[in-house]
Design a protein around this ligand. Structure first.
Ligand code: NAD
Length: 296
């Protein structure tokens, strides 16, 4: 049993904290949204009144926040908690953020003698709830071994991809592919529908053919094709289009920092930007199909 401070209880952090509590850990939680804290308490966690207040006796600090600025703010900002984390505690940030920010916070942690991992996840809200996430870890191998039992309580696959920041780079590579694949899958289905094809039959065919992907099989962007996909419930829940826009922007920055060419990634970043401008930023990212298919 570990004493865990957990900061950020949104679509992902909420169920992740709940799985840690379910596994028997003592989890002290905080989020800016009181309802999110209450949901975690209902799942067996203990409420803290601030990020600082989660740290009481903490052996491990886990954060699951929206973007780089939130992570930098929570750890290094004016009321940043890094200075107050108990000595010897392990810090694990599971948010998807810029590799440079992950390295900056981890270096500040190291200056205090604390080990820190970047451990962004893949698997979506369903994976967070089911405890089947994939963790993509950057940092020292011995820090990962300390974290492993906790990551196993929240996930199924754990990849150590390199030093601090490498987890974020690998996560951005995955999400850039996902963002492009989702957009082109929507485009393909829209083409078929414009020719009078049934989107369900077309998707079923693609899901067992060479055009198959997570977008055809699990999160199909066309309404009514898959009952449990966000598209079939007005694109609610799931992975926010604005979060995908953030990740595509991070991929573009990462490419520019090493002079890499990502023509499809840059194109897709613009599509998610247009989806934001069309007012769909808070909807699931598969709503990007509506740019092409007009209010399906
Ligand atoms: P979310 O917006 O649902 O949750 C973020 C939570 O952080 C919110 O509840 C917010 O109130 C809280 N928060 C923000 N600032 C805070 C602060 N200073 N102190 C305490 N709490 C604060 O986002 P999410 O969908 O849970 O995603 C979290 C991270 O995981 C993002 O980086 C995202 O890119 C990544 N991610 C999301 C998914 C997904 O399917 N939703 C999948 C993989 C990775």
């Amino acid at each position: 049993m570990s004493r865990i401070a957990f900061i950020g209880l949104g679509n992902m952090g909420g169920p992740m904290a709940a799985n840690l509590a379910k596994a028997g850990h003592a989890v002290r939680v905080f989020d800016l949204v009181p309802a999110a804290v209450q949901a975690a308490v209902d799942a067996g966690a203990t409420a803290a009144t601030s990020a600082l207040d989660t740290l009481t006796d903490a052996e491990v600090v886990i954060s699951m926040l929206p973007a780089s600025r939130h992570v930098e703010g929570v750890y290094l900002g004016e009321d940043g908690v890094l200075a107050d984390i108990p000595g010897g505690a392990l810090v694990i940030d599971c948010s998807t953020i810029a590799p440079a920010t992950a390295r900056k916070v981890s270096e500040a942690a190291a200056a205090r003698g604390l080990q820190m991992l970047d451990a962004p996840v893949s698997g979506g809200t369903a994976g967070a709830a089911a405890g089947t996430l994939t963790f993509i870890v950057g940092g020292e191998a011995d820090a990962l071994e300390r974290a492993r039992p906790l990551l196993q309580a929240m996930g199924k696959n754990i990849f150590h991809v390199g030093a601090s920041g490498a987890g974020q780079v690998a996560k951005l590579c995955n999400n850039m592919a996902l963002g492009v694949i989702m957009a082109v899958t929507g485009e393909s289905i829209a083409l078929g529908v414009a020719h009078g094809l049934d989107p369900k039959v077309l998707s079923q065919m693609m899901a067992v053919s060479t055009g198959r992907s997570w977008a055809t099989e699990v999160c199909n962007p066309w309404p009514g094709v898959l009952e449990n996909a966000p598209a079939s419930r007005g694109y609610s829940g799931g992975f926010g289009s604005d979060l995908m826009l953030k990740d595509m922007g991070l991929a573009v920055e990462a490419a520019m920092s090493v002079g890499a060419s990502i023509p499809l990634g840059e194109l897709a970043r613009n599509l998610y930007s247009m989806n934001h401008q069309a007012g769909r930023g808070k909807l699931d990212f598969s709503s990007v199909v509506q740019l092409i298919a007009n209010e399906k």
